[in-house]
Design a protein around this ligand. Structure first.
Ligand SMILES: NC(=O)c1ccc[n+]([C@@H]2O[C@H](COP(=O)([O-])OP(=O)(O)OC[C@H]3O[C@@H](n4cnc5c(N)ncnc54)[C@H](OP(=O)(O)O)[C@@H]3O)[C@@H](O)[C@H]2O)c1
Length: 309
């Protein structure tokens, strides 16, 4: 691996949220030896073990558990769940200056609006995540690439800078001139499977029931109409394509909402179904099915939030 010249200052990167996604990104960036990588965590650790397609490696990792102890950095990779962004705000406020760039590796379509209140004017790069990440233990994660492009950003200055940052890692970044369409496609793939598996407490096999399949098509048709109003170039048969794609997944797979519900945790309701309903309201498009899902999901997630840490 090509090393930077000795005179070059190593970029300082802080990863906030060392779960499945953040753990893989932190480990792969630290392994390059090019960057000064730290992690902002709730449980300290000294080394991180990363399982990937080429086997397992481990890297030493400096971690912080107190926002007061961190200094400003060049890059932040924000990798918490979307509803944990407010709690991560204390980290962001200490890490960011207007010269910092925050890459938000989170689901949803409203990265900018969600994160801007905490980053002291730092640039924000929305990032769609296509690799599968799982935290196996506090100091161990596994990642699996599931597409040729593991990460997708807009094709602008921030997106290109992020692609350059990740270039020495195996995580390939696609910069897209039509990010709006891609972020709505990603939202759609989550918009049926996550709510239905979480509400029924059944894995993706439940999507194969004819009644549930038909419901998902209607939920996605509503969402696609809203996405088109937002400027996404979604085909007329986008809902059918999404369901066909979901049918290629193993019926044994869960979804993140399903696993969070099983664990009694709050889940990403607002960033997924909530974002569809809110965008529908902005455009005067009725979303009654998504509205029903949203009310049911909120009732469970908000109750979980009262009892979870
Ligand atoms: N996992 C995937 O395969 C996948 C795929 C595509 C997209 N995504 C998206 O990527 C984002 C991250 O998902 P994930 O699966 O990596 O979530 P995750 O495994 O739940 O990891 C989130 C991490 O953030 C940490 N965290 C939360 N609040 C914090 C705070 N205030 N300070 C420090 N750490 C904090 C959590 O710490 P604790 O452990 O202490 O709770 C946890 O380790 C989500 O938006 C998700 O939808 C995930």
């Amino acid at each position: 691996m090509e090393k930077p010249p000795a005179s070059a200052r190593r970029l300082r990167i802080a990863v906030v949220g060392l779960g499945g996604i953040g753990g893989a990104a932190a480990g792969l960036l630290a392994r390059t030896g090019r960057y000064d990588v730290t992690a902002c965590v709730r449980q300290p650790l000294d080394r991180l073990y990363v399982e990937g397609p080429e086997g397992v490696f481990d890297v030493p990792l400096r971690t912080f558990t107190d926002p007061a102890a961190v200094r400003t950095v060049d890059w932040v990779l924000l990798c918490t769940k979307t509803h944990e962004t407010g709690a991560a705000g204390a980290w962001l406020k200490k890490l960011c200056t207007p010269a910092t760039t925050v890459a938000a590796l989170q689901n949803g379509i409203d990265h900018q609006e969600r994160i801007a209140p905490y980053v002291n004017g730092a640039a924000i790069v929305p990032v769609l995540v296509y690799y599968n990440g799982e935290r196996l233990a506090p100091d161990r994660v596994r990642y699996r690439p599931v597409s040729a492009n593991e990460l997708v950003t807009p094709d602008d200055a921030g997106g290109r800078a992020f692609a350059e940052l990740m270039q020495p890692t195996p995580l390939h970044v696609l910069t897209s001139a039509d990010f709006v369409t891609l972020k709505w496609r990603k939202l759609l793939i989550n918009a049926a499977a996550n709510p239905v598996t979480a509400l029924t407490l059944q894995r993706q096999a439940v999507l194969r029931r004819p009644d549930i399949y038909a419901l998902c098509l209607d939920v996605l048709a509503e969402a696609a109409k809203v996405g088109r109003a937002e400027g996404a170039a979604l085909a007329d048969d986008e809902p059918q394509r999404m369901m066909t794609s979901l049918m290629t997944f193993s019926p044994e797979l869960g979804t993140s909402m399903y696993f969070d519900r099983l664990a009694g945790k709050p889940f990403e309701v607002e960033a997924l179904t909530g974002a569809i309903v809110a965008a529908g309201q902005r455009h005067g498009i009725a979303t009654p099915l998504n509205g029903v899902l949203l009310a049911l999901l909120r009732a469970i997630s908000e109750e979980n939030a009262k009892t979870a840490r």
